[in-house]
Design a protein around this ligand. Structure first.
Ligand code: PMP
Length: 286
């Protein structure tokens, strides 16, 4: 089946989808993005993702290319045209096309927008969750505004590749004080031996993950203790469990950190429960 992309107002064959060479996303990573899970054909937590998109755009003073309602229609339509039942939609908005110059282009320059969608292999995702993933730690060398979801992801790309080359699936980034910030593409959590969930506060050191927000609500509803505070690698090594959260990974157990098993070296009961019941707490878009 042929894939379709939405590019600046038109649905086009994915293979022929193009943006201009002077799109500022391409030249300067001057743009923002969102990734939304599609489950059983429905977009998950779209409202929260679009709220965060608004915050990212406002932080960078990029105007929204269209109304919220229009954006929702494009996201759903792109998922529909690609017949995605289970997978993701990707949305990217840049400061548009202009002669290459770092200063902002003239007001009125239309922002660029691209939306794509693709299916994910549900069986492979389930298998990964049943086995748990391996994580390595690396220094966090990103800029200070990682709370903005920009397409400037080079440090994340390098960290993820280092993880891959080390036989791991994610990299946990560690700040100058020895505290874990987050994963290259996920938020980081541990469960202490006393059963308390710990995850870093959503200040400027991390992206405020939508999955993280929903899991916090879920944890409260399930009566689990939660501390929003930074934790060290040592605490992670001594934890009962660890896991990551992200829109496409959902709640993914971490079973190894820097080559050493966490807890029993298998997915823990808290992570498994949070994963299993996640969609009871997420907003399913009609
Ligand atoms: N942190 C980073 C750096 C990420 O790239 C992501 C995934 N986009 C997350 C956290 C998780 O965010 P969300 O739960 O909204 O997918």
């Amino acid at each position: 089946m042929s894939r379709i992309a939405y590019v600046n107002g038109r649905y086009v064959p994915h293979g022929a989808a193009q943006v201009h060479v002077e799109d500022r996303g391409y030249q300067f990573a001057d743009g923002v993005y969102e990734v939304c899970e599609v489950r059983n054909g429905h977009l998950i937590d779209m409202r929260l993702h679009l709220d965060r998109l608004d915050r990212s755009l406002a932080a960078l003073r990029i105007p929204s290319p269209m109304s919220r309602a229009a954006l929702e229609r494009v996201l759903k339509e792109t998922a529909r045209r690609n017949r995605v039942r289970n997978g993701l939609v990707y949305l990217q908005i840049t400061r548009g096309v202009a002669p290459r110059d770092q200063v902002f282009p003239p007001a009125g320059t239309p922002p660029g927008i691209v939306v794509t969608a693709r299916a994910l292999n549900s069986a492979a995702r389930q298998k990964a969750a049943a086995e748990g993933i391996r994580v390595i730690s690396l220094p966090d060398n990103r800029w200070e505004r990682v709370d903005i979801k920009t397409v400037g992801l080079l440090p994340n790309v390098l960290a993820k590749q280092a993880a891959r080359e080390a036989g791991a699936q994610e990299a946990w980034l560690v700040d100058a004080n020895g505290f874990v910030t987050e994963g290259a593409s996920s938020n980081a959590w541990i469960v202490t031996l006393a059963g308390t969930l710990v995850t870093r506060p959503a200040e400027h050191g991390i992206l405020r993950g939508i999955t993280r927000t929903v899991v916090m609500e879920e944890a409260a509803a399930l009566g689990l203790a939660l501390e929003e505070r930074a934790f060290t690698l040592r605490e992670a090594h001594e934890a009962a469990e660890a896991f990551i959260t992200a829109a496409t990974a959902l709640v993914m157990p971490v079973v190894q950190l820097d080559g050493r098993p966490i807890g029993q070296g298998a997915p823990g009961p808290v992570a498994c429960q949070l994963r299993q019941q996640f969609h009871d707490f997420a907003e399913i878009c009609p």
